[in-house]
Design a protein around this ligand. Structure first.
Ligand SMILES: Cc1cc2nc3c(=O)[nH]c(=O)nc-3n(C[C@H](O)[C@H](O)[C@H](O)COP(=O)(O)OP(=O)(O)OC[C@H]3O[C@@H](n4cnc5c(N)ncnc54)[C@H](O)[C@@H]3O)c2cc1C
Length: 393
């Protein structure tokens, strides 16, 4: 039985915002919901006519966790690296390190990587840094992949496995991947164009968290591993009185990494090509077609595409939609409020409905945008700022 506040905390964490643990609520001073607040923060301009695009992405969820085993196809060694759920960006460097060790274990120096999303490009980069000759074969390059339609926040255990269904040893593997990734992301902080940066995050509540029902039949409870790495990111702390800049009863504040994916993708692609990596556009319709490649070792980073290519029905789509507002350079904070997450990326302010249960988007493969969802998210955020008194000029 999962406690309601644990689920709320988990969902907030999925948005990279940290949760309201039961301990955090105990003794917390409340103020009436709806009180006006003197805003000390620049406002998000949440208006429908400032939406520049609406995109949909499918998280490649596997109850057992990502597929990272090694298989033989004809005379090829295939290292799998797909199915990273809602954590593909966050775990990418750690997963790349694991796949690289397996790919080079037999002494091969020529390696093919299938896929040019978050996993394919980081895996190809780590292989290249290890001295391998690497060619990426992919239907789409990064900017056209599902990875380019992700939220872009540090969310290393978002929909990464189902509670009680992950393979033995996966929590330890997850922790190793998570720590490697986190360390590697720091190398991209501070670069021109801010491919990766830290931003403040708030988790806002109008009232005490409502108890959530357990997931409906057929929807797993997603595993949570974040407690294993509490030491690497700042803790969320309660902010009260003048320190709470929002007109809500309860606010917690922390900080997290954000990935400004447009610039980050550009840096990753440029670095890989400058280091001598190659990219070829190619579509594979069945595993057997991989035997046509010249490389003896192949890393399969096809993400949700593996469901069709490898006929792997264990890959379940978890739909998520992002509505992009015109960027505002003055914004350096994100937040989670009434099931909407807001992230102030340099390439657009990312608005996303995250739903009120773990069933939201589960097994939903619709990739067409739902504009009602966008209107609801915009109205929710506009409503929050409507209750705030702007700063004096
Ligand atoms: C709404 C949403 C928000 C998210 N937010 C975050 C977040 O904030 N942080 C985070 O860490 N993760 C997030 N994720 C998860 C993340 O986006 C995924 O885990 C990640 O994109 C998976 O990357 P990938 O490289 O495995 O797959 P993809 O990005 O799908 O790339 C697959 C590659 O394989 C190629 N390919 C596939 N099939 C074939 C084929 N048959 N032949 C040739 N090429 C093929 C594709 O062309 C592409 O190049 C989010 C996901 C969603 C849906």
């Amino acid at each position: 039985m999962v406690h309601g506040s644990a689920i709320l905390g988990r969902r907030a964490l999925l948005a990279g915002l940290g949760g309201w643990g039961a301990a955090g609520l105990a003794g917390c001073a409340t103020v009436p919901a709806g009180r006006p607040a003197l805003s000390t923060l620049p406002a998000v301009r949440a208006e429908m006519d400032r939406i520049t695009r609406v995109t949909v992405c499918l998280r490649p969820f596997r109850a057992a966790g990502p597929r990272m085993d090694v298989e033989t196809v004809g005379d090829k060694t295939v290292v799998h690296n797909y199915g990273h759920g809602g954590s593909g960006w966050s775990l990418s460097w750690g997963a790349a390190e694991q796949a690289t060790a397996k790919a080079l274990a037999g002494g091969a120096r020529d390696v093919a990587v299938i896929g040019c999303g978050a996993l394919g490009l980081t895996t190809a980069t780590v292989l290249r840094r290890a001295g391998a000759n690497v060619t990426i074969y992919a239907a789409e390059r990064l900017e056209k992949t599902r990875s380019a339609r992700a939220t872009g926040t540090w969310s290393p255990d978002s929909r990464i496995a189902a509670e009680g269904q992950a393979a033995a040893g996966f929590p330890e593997l997850w922790e190793a991947m998570c720590r490697t990734s986190f360390r590697t992301f720091q190398d991209y902080v501070g670069l021109a164009g801010s491919p990766v940066e830290w931003s403040d995050r708030y988790n806002l509540l109008d009232e005490a968290p409502a108890a959530h029902a357990p997931p409906p039949p057929g929807v797993p409870h997603f595993a949570s591993y974040i407690d294993r790495v509490r030491d690497i990111t700042p803790r969320m702390v309660e902010v009260t009185g003048q320190d709470n800049p929002f007109p809500v009863a309860r606010a917690r504040k922390g900080a997290s990494l954000q990935f400004n994916v447009t610039e980050y993708a550009h840096v990753l692609m440029t670095d890989f090509l400058l280091a001598g990596g190659r990219i070829e556009t190619r579509v594979f319709n069945a595993p057997g077609e991989l035997t046509q490649l010249k490389e003896p070792v192949i890393v399969n980073c096809t993400g949700y595409g593996a469901r069709a290519l490898w006929k792997d029905d264990s890959v379940v789509p978890v739909r998520g939609q992002i509505s992009w507002l015109i960027p505002q350079a003055e914004l350096h904070y994100g937040f989670y409020y009434r099931n909407v997450s807001v992230l102030p990326r340099r390439d657009g302010i990312v608005l996303q409905q995250v739903g009120d249960s773990e069933a939201f988007g589960y097994n939903d493969d619709r990739e067409a945008p739902d504009l009602d969802e966008t209107r609801t998210a915009v109205a929710t955020i506009a409503g929050l700022y409507a209750r705030m008194v702007p700063r004096a000029a």
